[in-house]
Each structure stands twice: as structure tokens, then as C-alpha cells.
Design a protein around this ligand. Structure first.
Ligand code: TRP
Length: 336
């Protein structure tokens, strides 16, 4: 049996928003007291799309700052950036040789991101899921908190682990990971269109709440958030096909750590302005202190660098040991 260990990664996109917070970081914080947790800023994944090098540097620090500002304990957890631990890339190469091209071609995220011109996408974008599998397997992590959209990548990670264990006759060497998908909100949607994911690349800033938004802006954005004309329903079934309503209700449940049913109990039959006022209040209460702390931390670069260096050291200890075993299994050896 493998020891329970959590691993998750967040891309350094910069300008983190409520979707990143509720979909990932808030869960990381909830898990930190229960398990051994490893949280990584996946900068190598970010370069599967073209990045501005200066912006990338800042975005890595901003993501780490957001982790810390949200309440992740830097002593209790291992917090680091992917590029600092070479074993991720080294295992990713081995996984490139285990996973099949057909598996990659089936990944819906690749199809979405590559768009119509698949031939012109980077090779890195195609093998992105293999690097993700390497991130997880290099620590023999057993549980991975992610949003609903990453479920297929985790299924692939399981297939890769099974094939490796089978090909190299090392039964249960790699654990078969379990996704931990938040129940209250599997994905946070745009405030302008309840069918689209909240995203930093949406042209309208009113589609999202950024962690660095101030109170006035948050109030305005929630006030303007799209709804429909019917009152708030009292049952979950009635939320079907009411995407914008469902989104605001899920956000409220998630940010207050209560169940959807409780929210419907409280607001069922009322109009949206009542919910919106309360929602604004909750978001301001939780997000504004985080945004302020992020801004403050970004001025303390040497503190952030220090945390990243310490995290990298701790992560490397585990990853290097595991890589040694993996090399041995595959028949490779580093002569040093
Ligand atoms: N692909 C994930 C995302 O876009 C980020 C990621 C990279 C990740 N490596 C990971 C998540 C390992 C969980 C575990 O959200």
C-alpha cells in the first residue's frame, strides 16, 4: 500500500482569479492539515504555449504569493516550482516512451487548445499530459485535487501507471491515483456567460473576479453578473439549464463552505439582488485580504525566492530517490 500523499499543480498564468481560488487553492488549504501535501507551480507546462519570459518570471512569483496569501503553510507543505526539480522532466521523457500516440490524440484539452491547426501546435502541448503524469508519479502521489476539466488527464495518469507497472513487471510500483474533485463547485463559470469557464483570457474583465480586485470592483462585477428573470429556485433540479443562476449559487456555497441545498434553503423564492448582496459580502471578505497580501508579498522577492529554494530542496529529496528506482527498473544508470 502506498502512503496517502497529495500532489497538485497550478499554471503560473498571473492574475489569478476566483476560479483558480475556489477550484484549486482553497482545497489545497483544506487538505493541508489532513495529509502530506506537495503543491507545485507548473512553469514547464506554461511554456507549451508561447510566453513572454519576463512575464513568466513574475507570474511564477505571483502564483507562489497567492498560495501563501491564501493560507498555505510553507513549513507544513512542500511548495515549489516545477523547473527547480529536474526529475519531473526526466520522468516525463520515460513516460513519453510508455504512453501511446493514440492516447495523446484522444485528449480533449489538446484538441481544444490546439484548435483547428493541430499540425502547428507545439509537440509540448501534445505531450503536456505526460509531463503532468510525471509530476504526480515522481512523488508516487495517491490523491490529486483538481477541477473537473482535469479528470481525463488523471485517467491517463492511471493508464500510464498501469502500463509502466505491467511493462516492467513491477506490480503496484506506481500508485493508481485518485482525483479529488470539489463537490460544491467542479468549475467556476464566467459571470457573463454561465456556459463558459471563468478565464483570465476572457476579453471582458467583468467575466471574472481577480484575486487583486478591490471591494468596489467586486461589488460592481457581482451586481452586473448575468442572471435570468425567474426567482431563485428551492431545489437543485430546478437549476438545470439555468447556468448563470447555478454558477452564482455554487460560488456562494463554495466560498462559504456550505452545501448547495443550504443556499437554496436560504434564498429559494427570493430574487437575485438578495443573493448578490450576500455573495459580494462573502467574496470581499475572503478575497480582498488575499489580494492585499499578494501585493505585499510581491514586494518581498527574496522571501519568495527563499521559500521556493527550500521547497525545491524538499521536493528534490523525494523525487531523486524515486527517479533512481525508476532508472533501475528501466535499466538506465547515471554514472557520477
Ligand atoms: N494541467 C493542470 C491544469 O491545467 C495543471 C497541472 C500540471 C497539474 N501538473 C499537474 C494538476 C499535476 C494536478 C497534478 O490545471
Amino acid at each position: 500500500m502506498h502512503k496517502k500523499r497529495i500532489f497538485s499543480g497550478v499554471q503560473p498564468t498571473g492574475n489569478l482569479h476566483l476560479g483558480n481560488y475556489l477550484g484549486a487553492i482553497k482545497n489545497f488549504v483544506d487538505l493541508q492539515n489532513k495529509f502530506e501535501c506537495i503543491y507545485c507551480v507548473v512553469d514547464l507546462h506554461a511554456i507549451t504555449n508561447r510566453q513572454n519570459p519576463e512575464e513568466l518570471k513574475t507570474n511564477i512569483l505571483e502564483t507562489i504569493a497567492s498560495f501563501i496569501a491564501s493560507g498555505l503553510d510553507v513549513e507544513k507543505n512542500i511548495i515549489f516550482n516545477q523547473a527547480s526539480v529536474a526529475a519531473h522532466s526526466e520522468l516525463a521523457w520515460i513516460i513519453n516512451c510508455v504512453a501511446r500516440i493514440g492516447w495523446m490524440n484522444r485528449m480533449t484539452q489538446f484538441k481544444e487548445k490546439a484548435g483547428l491547426n493541430k499540425e502547428n501546435a507545439s509537440v509540448g502541448l501534445l505531450v503536456y499530459p505526460n509531463l503532468m503524469a510525471a509530476d504526480i508519479l515522481i512523488y508516487k502521489a495517491t490523491h490529486v485535487p483538481v477541477g473537473e476539466d482535469q479528470k481525463q488527464h488523471l485517467e491517463l495518469t492511471r493508464d500510464i501507471a498501469k502500463k509502466f507497472n505491467n511493462d516492467f513487471n513491477c506490480e503496484s510500483f506506481f500508485p493508481i491515483v485518485e482525483p479529488l474533485i470539489p463537490k460544491k463547485i467542479s468549475r467556476v463559470m464566467s459571470l457573463r456567460d454561465g456556459k463558459k469557464k471563468m478565464s483570465k483570457s476572457d476579453k471582458s474583465d467583468y467575466s471574472r473576479i481577480n484575486l487583486k480586485d478591490d471591494k468596489d470592483l467586486i461589488d460592481q462585477k457581482i451586481k452586473k453578473a448575468k442572471t435570468d428573470t425567474a426567482p431563485i429556485p428551492s431545489t437543485v433540479i430546478e437549476l438545470k439549464n439555468r447556468h448563470e443562476a447555478a454558477n452564482l449559487i455554487s460560488i456562494y456555497a463554495s466560498i462559504n463552505s456550505i452545501d448547495i441545498d443550504q443556499v437554496l434553503n436560504e434564498f429559494g423564492g427570493k430574487n437575485f439582488s438578495t443573493l448578490k448582496n450576500k455573495l459580494s459580502e462573502s467574496i470581499v471578505e475572503q478575497i480582498c485580504p488575499i489580494g492585499k497580501e499578494v501585493k505585499k508579498l510581491l514586494k518581498e522577492q527574496s522571501y519568495l525566492n527563499d521559500i521556493l529554494a527550500k521547497g525545491a530542496k524538499k521536493a528534490s529529496l523525494i523525487a531523486t530517490d524515486n527517479l533512481k528506482e525508476i532508472y533501475e527498473i528501466v535499466g538506465l544508470k547515471k554514472f557520477t
